[in-house]
Design a protein around this ligand. Structure first.
Ligand code: FES
Length: 143
């Protein structure tokens, strides 16, 4: 009984995986399965929190070593795409100075992901905006 339940669950998961790949593409799928940089950060040097028009709230945390972002992380209460986009935003931030971080755009995030369906494009812009707020916060702390 439990064996067939496991098989059913595996088949269902595989169907979901295939649907995600078809709708969002391989790059989004990989990131969705492994949303790197997810989690809160204690004592960040830069912090951004933005609620998008969709009602979802994203947070991005930045840590610096000297002038360069050495670590970044995010939380989101939003859709799967919001986690995917925030994860890419963190990745793009690492290794950049505050100004370089502030230059990360929604288009750059979309480019890394190979694009998103029309309904989810705003998720990338929410991630970029949240990163921008975190970068501004870090610059304000240093003035
Ligand atoms: Fe709100 Fe994706 S629907 S961030």
């Amino acid at each position: 009984m439990s064996h067939s339940l496991d098989e059913f669950a595996d088949r269902l998961q595989e169907e979901i995986n295939q649907e995600v790949i078809q709708t969002y593409g391989e790059k989004v799928y990989e990131r969705w399965r492994n949303p790197r940089f997810r989690g809160r950060m204690e004592s960040p040097a830069g912090y951004g929190r933005v609620t998008g028009n969709c009602g979802d709230t994203m947070e991005i945390f930045l840590r610096f070593e000297g002038e360069v972002v050495s670590d970044a992380s995010f939380t989101t209460d939003g859709c799967g795409c919001s986690a995917v986009c925030a994860s890419v935003a963190c990745e793009l931030a690492i290794g950049k100075g505050p100004k370089g971080v502030a230059d990360v755009t929604g288009e750059m995030i979309l480019h890394v992901l190979g694009g998103l369906p029309e309904d989810n494009v705003h998720c990338a812009f929410l991630a970029a905006e949240t990163l921008q707020v975190a970068a501004d916060d870090s610059m304000n702390r240093n003035t």
